[in-house]
Unconditional design. Structure first.
Length: 130
């Protein structure tokens, strides 16, 4: 989040290791959980937090991990609903959208992530699978 908020720079080694660590420890089937191993107090399974997943795409792109950012973004785009909208959470094992739908903040994070990926591409741009 410090990169996204403008508090860090993409050349700071700790920023890079934090983003890469989040990629490996919080991802499940291509999406990120907001809290690792925490009991929310609610019944049932918690889905992956979609906004955090798109923030991770942005962070990876900002630190120069564009291949990883592209791969994660493509995976997240595959979870879109029939109207290409996203819920607050997604059950990555079933693709079921959970929580608030549509989730405006998630869509803002998606736009930011894809815009950054497009801007980081050499001429030719970012090809969105569809």
């Amino acid at each position: 989040m410090t990169l996204l908020s403008g508090f860090g720079t993409s050349s700071v080694v700790s920023q890079k290791s934090t983003a890469c660590s989040a990629t490996s420890s919080r991802l499940q089937r291509g999406a990120s959980y907001k809290v690792e191993g925490t009991d929310t107090g609610f019944e049932g399974k918690e889905g992956t937090f979609t906004i955090c997943s798109f923030w991770l795409v942005t962070a990876l792109a900002m630190i120069g991990e564009t291949e990883r950012a592209h791969a994660l973004c493509q995976k997240l785009l595959s979870f879109a609903g029939p109207l290409q909208l996203y819920a607050e959470e997604i059950d990555t094992s079933t693709g079921q959208h959970m929580g608030n739908f549509p989730q405006a903040f998630t869509h803002l994070a998606l736009i930011e992530a894809v815009s950054l990926l497009i801007a980081s591409e050499p001429e030719g741009g970012f090809a969105v699978a569809g």
